[in-house]
Design a protein around this ligand. Structure first.
Ligand SMILES: NC(=O)c1ccc[n+]([C@@H]2O[C@H](COP(=O)([O-])OP(=O)(O)OC[C@H]3O[C@@H](n4cnc5c(N)ncnc54)[C@H](OP(=O)(O)O)[C@@H]3O)[C@@H](O)[C@H]2O)c1
Length: 289
């Protein structure tokens, strides 16, 4: 794997990664765009878009360094393997440094260093610190919640006639994945920001889960209630529904943090970066329906 490549996106087989590739293709020629995947079978749909595919797992330092050869600007999309991410991201950062990558943008979490969430931010903070210590030129895309985190629950909500959660009156300033992808492409292709620049990214509008359920009722024509639970009861209910304990615990912790304002932001950096309002959450909900 060699040859120069202006842009490379990791996690390109994932949902945000695929959208980030599309957002880059809106701005630059496909010949400048690369996609990193860990599974060879994930290459075909990306190659069909005309981008160069390179293959490496976050667990394989040597393969990562080879995949980063000749790359100018890297979008490191955080791994989905919660618990292994600090090590995996450290591998990526070390490989990027060794390969001479000129700029790394990393998808972190909203207010990583002061978030009331206790499960998810730790690995992001560790990665942010590893980037700062690396000497690489970097920027932090501190992504807020995806609206899709809630719209993916719509079929279940419709089936049961209700939604449950533990976010209380906490407002959620989510945006669509495509909005965060567009922001990543804007930062990656723009004039490079000062190293260490932090972008706190969130949707322009916010909602409580009760408001979300009310909108779902209105749009679906079916009465959908919202039951607010304690984080402990929510955790137990998720495990009762078959979720593994670590996933249920992470979701309950995120809801608890949301109740404390951890998913709310009135920062408009995201819409400024993408040059348009963020996708209204009701629109994402309509699309899901
Ligand atoms: N802001 C939010 O609301 C929110 C919500 C969920 C997740 N996230 C974070 O944002 C990231 C992107 O979101 P998403 O919706 O695109 O997640 P996703 O669809 O699950 O995609 C995750 C990507 O990470 C890749 N990956 C996982 N482990 C890897 C490894 N060991 N080596 C190389 N690649 C690996 C996956 O590859 P495979 O296709 O091979 O599995 C996939 O491409 C997530 O991974 C997570 O860190 C944020």
């Amino acid at each position: 794997m060699s040859g120069s490549l202006k842009y490379l996106v990791t996690g390109a087989s994932g949902q945000l990664g695929a959208l980030a590739i599309d957002a880059l293709l809106d701005r630059v020629p496909a010949s400048e765009v690369g996609a990193l995947v860990r599974r060879a079978e994930a290459a075909a749909p990306l190659e069909a878009k005309g981008v160069t595919v390179r293959i490496a797992s976050y667990d394989d330092s040597a393969a990562l360094e080879a995949a980063f050869a000749g790359v100018e600007r890297l979008l490191l999309i955080s791994s989905s393997e919660v618990g292994q991410r600090a090590t995996q991201h450290a591998n990526v950062i070390a490989a990027a440094k060794a390969a001479g990558v000129g700029f790394v943008a990393y998808t972190s979490i909203l207010r990583a260093d002061s978030s009331p969430l206790t499960v998810l931010p730790g690995e992001h903070v560790a990665t942010e610190q590893a980037l700062a210590a690396s000497g690489l030129h970097y920027a932090l895309l501190r992504n807020g919640w995806y609206t899709e985190n809630y719209t993916m629950g719509v079929p279940t909500a419709l089936e049961h006639g209700g939604m449950m959660g533990a976010a209380g009156e906490g407002r959620i300033s989510s945006a669509a994945r495509a909005d965060y992808a567009a922001a990543a492409a804007a930062v990656l292709t723009g004039d490079l920001p000062a190293s260490g620049t932090i972008y706190e990214l969130a949707g322009d509008s916010s909602y409580t889960l009760a408001e979300f359920a009310a909108a779902l009722s209105e749009l679906s024509g079916k009465e959908i209630g919202y039951t607010d639970m304690t984080p402990e009861a929510f955790d137990a209910a998720l495990q009762g529904a078959g979720l593994p304990a670590p996933v249920a615990g992470m979701l309950a912790d995120s809801e608890k943090g949301a109740a404390q304002g951890g998913l709310y932001s009135d920062d408009t950096t995201l819409s400024q970066l993408i040059g348009r309002p963020t996708t209204p959450w009701r629109e994402t909900l309509k699309t899901a329906l």
